[in-house]
Design a binder for this molecule. Structure first.
Ligand SMILES: Cc1cc2nc3c(=O)[nH]c(=O)nc-3n(C[C@H](O)[C@H](O)[C@H](O)COP(=O)(O)O)c2cc1C
Length: 442
């Protein structure tokens, strides 16, 4: 039987997170990050995961205030977590479009040292030029070129890590001085994206290279993952979609000379846990209504319609106007803009669904944008996860709780022991590095 991999996603800034829950805490206090990371470590998870956004999202030219806005810097948070955890992997999402390889390589090599081999890097390219304005790079790189830059960026970072082989230099513990002269570190990279040369100044870290994750669902994104990544942070958590995605990307590996166990598929999954399945279903209904208020439902439709719909009633029928095609002007910095590539088809599909089931705007958005992947008692959730993994819909899951920071507590206490009893999840860490937790070859 396959062993399951589990990771903890710090709740997002979007409306998956139910900030109105009386148990909801700060999304910026260090105590919240520490609580979730320690809970995940107590449950022997493979890693803690941070998503990243480099700009506040906007809709209709205003900050999208139905999200919680703002999040602290990834490296700073992960470095602080390294000090209050011992074994759990620390994975951060870092953009390859708006950063520079030397700087990012230094940061990851440093994190890997500080955490004794627990660093992971989710390489993302970002959705839109709007983000780039913060870096004086708005529109400077066409979407088609972003993966080319991502691959060059990553390979450059690898070259930098690899300039230190690990045995050239030994630091004297007492004096802190080098016992041998540092010869390594020299690099030169010249290609369409980078023209850099110098000497990399962080000695080889425990993992050598951090574990690489990729998120991004296009054909180019999947190829990039097949060529370079150790794991994919995906968005296909259901059985059929998961199995199709899993086969698709695993089949791309051979042409890069890689085997299927060198790329793990780890979809994001939300969950609703209660004593019984019936209670969990009831709770799921309540949580969905908290996640999708009337105004949120209209805002969600605007991302597809690409026009102002604020005059419509969320408890009434779908807007009778057509979507505006062409350049997206209403919502900026959001994933869904790219996920609905054919707005006319999406609108037609939703109209048919709303007609058939007599759904209001809000009910429709709850139906199509529902965010709970795993719903049930602890036994149901444990069985579902195990079934999905054993049937190759995934190799594990990156769990996204909907309450910060305690949303994983019950999962750790009630679901993990069942997976351990079934012999499909570790009871103790056997390795020390993230690469070892994931069972990846060094
Ligand atoms: C599940 C998932 C999670 C993502 N998380 C982030 C994120 O936290 N930050 C970010 O800048 N981009 C994130 N992305 C965006 C991707 O990195 C990528 O830039 C975007 O999806 C466009 O690439 P694509 O056309 O290959 O999907 C995520 C994408 C997916 C599918």
């Amino acid at each position: 039987m396959k062993q399951i991999h589990l990771a903890a996603h710090f709740p997002g800034v979007n409306n998956t997170t139910v900030w109105s829950d009386p148990k909801a805490g700060s999304h910026i206090d260090f105590a919240s990050f520490a609580h979730l990371a320690r809970t995940a470590e107590r449950a022997k998870f493979d890693f803690f995961f941070l998503a990243e956004g480099l700009r506040l999202r906007e809709q209709g030219g205003q900050i999208y205030d139905l999200d919680v806005v703002g999040r602290p810097d990834t490296f700073t948070v992960l470095a602080a977590l390294a000090a209050v955890t011992e074994r759990i992997g620390l994975t951060g999402t870092i953009n390859s479009t708006f950063n520079e390889p030397y700087e990012v390589a230094r940061q990851f090599a440093s994190l890997d040292h500080l955490s004794a081999g627990r660093a992971g890097w989710n390489v993302v390219t970002s959705w839109d030029a709007f983000t780039g304005e913060n870096f004086r790079r708005g529109g400077y790189l066409a979407a088609e070129d972003r993966y080319a830059r991502a691959e060059s960026f990553l390979r450059t970072a690898w070259e930098l890590f690899d300039t230190w082989h690990g045995d050239e230099i030994v630091a004297d513990a007492q004096s802190g001085r080098f016992l041998r002269e540092p010869g390594p570190g020299k690099f030169r990279r010249q290609d369409a994206f980078f023209d850099i040369a110098g000497q990399f100044n962080v000695p080889r870290s425990p993992q050598g290279r951090p574990v690489i994750l990729q998120a991004g669902d296009s054909n180019e994104g999947r190829e990039f993952a097949a060529a370079t990544a150790d794991a994919i942070f995906g968005r296909h958590a259901t059985r059929d979609e998961g199995r199709a995605f899993y086969r698709d990307v695993k089949d791309r590996l051979a042409k890069y000379g890689r085997t299927e166990n060198q790329l793990l598929i780890l979809p994001a999954a939300t969950f609703i846990l209660a004593d019984t399945d019936a209670e969990a279903n009831e709770l799921a209904h309540e949580v969905r209504r908290a996640q999708i208020s009337g105004p949120t439902a209209l805002r969600f439709l605007e991302q597809v319609w690409n026009r102002d719909l604020s005059g419509y009633d969320p408890d009434g029928p779908l807007p009778d106007v057509d979507p505006v095609l062409g350049e997206h002007t209403v919502a900026r910095g959001r994933a869904s803009v790219r996920m609905f590539r054919d707005p006319q088809a999406t609108v037609a599909e939703w109209r048919a669904l709303a007609d058939e089931k007599k759904l209001s705007v809000r009910e429709l958005v709850i139906a199509v944008g529902g965010r709970q992947d795993l719903i049930g008692s602890p036994a149901t959730i444990a069985d579902t996860i195990n079934d999905l993994v054993q049937n190759d819909a995934a190799d594990g899951f990156i769990l996204v709780p909907h309450v910060t920071p305690g949303g994983l507590d019950d999962f750790a206490d009630r679901v993990v022991p069942l997976l351990q009893e079934r012999g499909v999840f570790r009871s103790e860490y056997t390795g020390t590095t993230l690469r070892e937790h994931l069972g990846l070859d060094a």
